[in-house]
Design a protein around this ligand. Structure first.
Ligand code: LLP
Length: 382
């Protein structure tokens, strides 16, 4: 990724820089791989709701997957058409459900019997039927970090296979519910095709069973989860969509009246973003040197929360010599560390560093802890 350093020098750090050309290329690849197929991709807005990125994503024709009233609002404000918006989330409040019904969204992904009953009641109050997909917890291990695994029995998400028949039968009898499909999401940052193939097999087995209960399954939503290459972002700037969609194409038995829906977040936006931060001090510790930057875990929480590593580049230093540093933020928490034993060109106060692959779950997860300002942003095409 190339960085416009002159523009950076005029902007207060830390901020997120987004390469909108790379985002467009990523979206073009998604569209190329799904062209001519009954596939619809809803961008998981939880990954990043930056208005500039949403504009590009909308222009390229994706819909939105949202999980809160706030996300629904952001999607509508960005101009996404309600019939291209799906609404998931384990504990939607009445207010959020009303907002979805009033906006006329495409579908609610329902995660419990109790929620189904509430949506039914509210839809009847509006004199309408709410389109609903039942989120099923398929009990598949996605082989990813435990904090981002969602499809196991021990997770709070979805309706278990044991309770499914009961929920489906009740949904079919509800006047305020139009049962249109089923929904899954097994986890995030999944870097092998195996778990997705296993999901296809489960769906192939489940659909005829649900049809035998009287359900007409028109949409199958397989969620998101496709991982990206955090260790080599320049080698793999675009995720392997060909093989990801290919797995569903070859493995899932879709009937002519059925559509396949995807909710990709990370793989759409992660590689186009970098967190740009300035070195405040270089500090000699007892056994190590610290590079202390003006971004902290409040700007990018993934390393502190998931032990994630984002590649760190010094984009200012031209030094041919390198040194070994721990790169840390200014927050009063010992988990406020971006990297340990990082080899960087000799780094000085005032240098700019880029933390790569930070377009997903970066800016959107920023907080104001320590009463800090939220990070700003800059688009390549501004
Ligand atoms: N659909 C549902 C129902 C989800 O819960 C998620 C993500 C997605 C789609 C999008 O998944 P993706 O394609 O981005 O993997 N903050 C964590 C990731 C949390 C993911 C939560 N759910 C991180 O920084 O790694």
């Amino acid at each position: 990724m190339e960085f416009p350093i002159e523009r950076f020098n005029e902007k207060e750090t830390p901020f997120y820089y987004y390469d909108t050309d790379l985002l467009r290329q990523t979206l073009a690849e998604i569209n190329r791989c799904t062209k001519g197929l009954p596939y619809h991709v809803h961008y998981a807005i939880k990954a990043n709701a930056n208005a500039g990125l949403l504009e590009v994503i909308r222009q390229e024709g994706l819909g939105i997957d949202c999980v809160s009233g706030g996300e629904l609002k952001a999607a509508l404000a960005a101009g996404f058409e309600p019939h291209k918006i799906v609404f998931a989330g384990v504990a939607k409040t009445d207010k959020e459900i009303r907002a979805g019904i009033e906006a006329g969204i495409q579908c609610f992904n329902v995660e419990s019997m109790n929620e189904l009953e509430v949506i039914n009641e509210l839809a009847k109050e509006y004199g309408t039927k709410a389109n609903v997909a039942i989120r099923i917890n398929p009990n598949i291990d996605a082989h990813t970090h435990k904090y981002i695994t969602t499809g196991l029995n021990e997770n709070k998400f979805g309706i278990s296979l044991e309770m499914l028949d009961d929920v489906i039968s009740k949904a079919l009898k509800m006047d305020g519910i139009e049962l249109s499909g089923i929904h899954f999401h097994i986890g995030s940052q999944i870097t092998e095709n195996g778990p997705f193939a296993t999901l296809c097999d489960k769906i192939n087995e489940l659909v005829p069973h649900l049809e035998s209960l009287g359900a007409n399954i028109r949409t199958i939503n397989v969620g998101g989860g496709l991982g990206i290459d955090y260790t080599n972002p320049d080698g793999h700037p675009i995720a392997d969509f060909e093989s990801y969609f290919g797995t569903f194409k070859t493995r899932l038995h879709l009937k002519p009246h059925q559509e396949l829906h995807f909710e990709l977040g990370r793989s759409v936006v992660a590689q186009c973003g970098a967190l740009i931060t300035r070195v405040i001090y270089v500090k000699q510790g007892v056994n190590k040197k610290f590079v202390m930057v003006d971004a902290g875990m409040t700007d990018l929480i993934r390393p502190a929360l998931y032990q994630a590593h984002h590649n760190i580049e010094n984009i200012t230093s031209k030094s041919a010599e390198s040194d070994c540093y721990d790169v840390v933020g200014p927050i009063c928490e010992s988990s406020d560390v971006f990297g340990t034993n990082e080899t960087l060109p000799v780094t000085r106060r005032g240098d700019l560093l880029a933390l790569r692959s930070a377009g997903a779950y970066g800016e959107i997860m920023a907080s104001r802890y320590n009463c800090r300002e939220l990070p700003g942003s800059m688009l390549k095409e501004q």
